[in-house]
Ligand binder design. Sequence first.
Ligand SMILES: [Zn+2]
Length: 145
Amino acid sequence: MTDRGEPDAGDENEALPELCDLCGTVVADSTELYAVVPDSSVVHAVDPRLDGKRMVVGCSREHLAELVEQYKGRPFIDAELWAGKIGRAIEARGGKVTPEELTEETGLAEAQIELGMLWQNLGALRWHQRFGGEGPPESTEDRPG
Ligand SMILES: [Zn+2]
């Protein structure tokens, strides 16, 4: 009753140290700078309005500017973004989703979903080519020419 210690309430939710995305420096004094850059490989966990946007952190104005430059040079590929949206929708439905649900969940047109799927499959195909194996299970490859 007598000993009333000071409450140890830190302001943890206010000032979390950030890491510079360029050099990895820990910024603990809240002087970090933020920018939002376009990145088609990013889909937000829940909010579709934040899809295709990546938040980058820089320890200085110079580093932030360099990060923004780097992302400017990255191609923004719609199909990649759509593939991400499709993946999120499938996950949200526990792996089983009808085409109708997919269009509803992603807000994409059928043609966009097709392209997104194609992008996804292309990625898998490249993986097979690079890391060997027997190739895709079904040999439905079209020979060029
Ligand atoms: Zn830095």
